[in-house]
Ligand binder design. Structure first.
Ligand SMILES: Nc1nc2c(c(=O)[nH]1)N[C@H]1C(S)=C(S)[C@@H](COP(=O)(O)O)O[C@H]1N2
Ligand SMILES: [Mo]
Length: 322
């Protein structure tokens, strides 16, 4: 697949560059950690990460997108990959082992619905076609915890152009795989499997909407939603659907997995908003994975990029804003 699995001496220069960047960053962190306390964490993660890469060499080629590169507070990989929501594999945060059952070889992404013609893509072809960039995004779960992850992927809008949606398409529905043999929680009949999510076409076209194929310089960990997931940093985490198999263009607003279960708690918009509490807890602050707390920001701090999408919402406390 798209794993770089060559001996070190066969790796092309542009592939080495990404490793060099990690090395440089590591140096940068070393030099600056005495000034900025929080960067010590990053140094920790990079030190470990680099060594791990040297052993299994499954790192990916990518370019850094400087616009989305906050270096100071990345969540260490050994925390963000061991504390996951992936209900297909269990209802606790400790599903990373169970998620290793996920088989990502020969994964296909199917594009259907209101498009000129339906399309099917191999993950590998998508990566080769669009190239990967690294974006460091904040992630805010509706359960009031947060983390910062360096994702590898490409902007959703690139794929949308290729799909040639019809003018009648107003929404996109995303669907996760369905395979109860592997994901045993999918045997639980009271959940509306498979997991689905939805966006307006305008939201999906926004520069921030990111299709993710890797993290921490490597191809995507199964527990992160391999081999392809979405990341929408201004929305609550449940909108960032994992292990996507289907993208459907539609004229009807999709009802997502969580909305189906509890629409008063997990609405369609789900924009991060400290002013609208979850019915069962406050959204004013969040617990940072790895330690500490911070005040939650409107749109998770991405207001400059996305607030125009919601300019006709009259009231920030609107129920629709959940
Ligand atoms: N298919 C699927 N996607 C999913 C989920 C899930 O259970 N199944 N959980 C969501 C929730 S609630 C969150 S917070 C994020 C967690 O992503 P992470 O485990 O990579 O941190 O994935 C989202 N995407
Ligand atoms: Mo979440």
């Amino acid at each position: 697949m798209y794993i770089q699995n060559k001996p070190r001496w066969q790796i092309k220069e542009n592939q080495v560059t990404n490793e060099q960047l990690y090395l440089n960053r590591r140096k940068f962190i070393k030099n600056s950690s005495s000034i900025l306390g929080s960067t010590a964490l990053l140094y920790n993660f990079l030190g470990k990460d680099l060594d791990a890469n040297q052993n299994n060499e499954n790192f990916l080629k990518f370019q850094i997108n400087k616009k989305y590169h906050i270096l100071s507070n990345i969540t260490p990989e050994n925390l963000s990959t061991k504390y996951n929501n992936f209900f297909e594999f269990g209802s606790t945060k400790n599903i990373w082992k169970e998620a290793q059952k996920l088989e990502t070889k020969n994964w296909k992404l199917k594009i259907t619905g209101l498009v000129e013609k339906p399309l099917t893509f191999e993950v590998e072809d998508l990566i080769n076609k669009f190239k990967l960039e690294e974006r460091i995004y904040r992630h805010r779960c509706v359960e009031a915890w947060s983390m910062v992850v360096p994702w590898l992927g490409f902007q959703m809008s690139k794929l949308l152009k290729l799909c040639k949606p019809l003018s009648s398409a107003k929404y996109i529905k995303f669907t996760t795989f369905y395979d109860p043999k592997i994901a045993t929680e999918q045997k639980a009949r009271w959940y509306p499997w498979p997991y689905t999510e939805g966006l307006t076409l305008e939201e999906a076209k926004n520069d921030l909407s990111f299709l993710v194929f890797g993290a921490y310089g490597k191809n995507l960990h199964n527990q992160f939603g391999a081999p392809i997931r979405l990341h929408l940093p201004w929305k609550y985490g449940f909108k960032s659907i994992k292990s996507i198999e289907g993208i459907e263009f539609t004229d009807k607003r999709p009802v997502s997995f969580w909305e189906n279960l509890a629409s008063n708690e997990y609405g369609f918009w789900a924009n991060v908003n400290p002013a609208v509490d979850h019915p069962r807890w406050s959204q004013k602050t969040e617990r940072i994975l790895g330690g500490g707390e911070r005040e939650t920001e409107i749109y998770n701090g991405y207001g400059p990029e996305v607030s125009a999408l919601y300019s006709n919402f009259s009231n920030l406390g609107d129920r629709l804003f959940r």
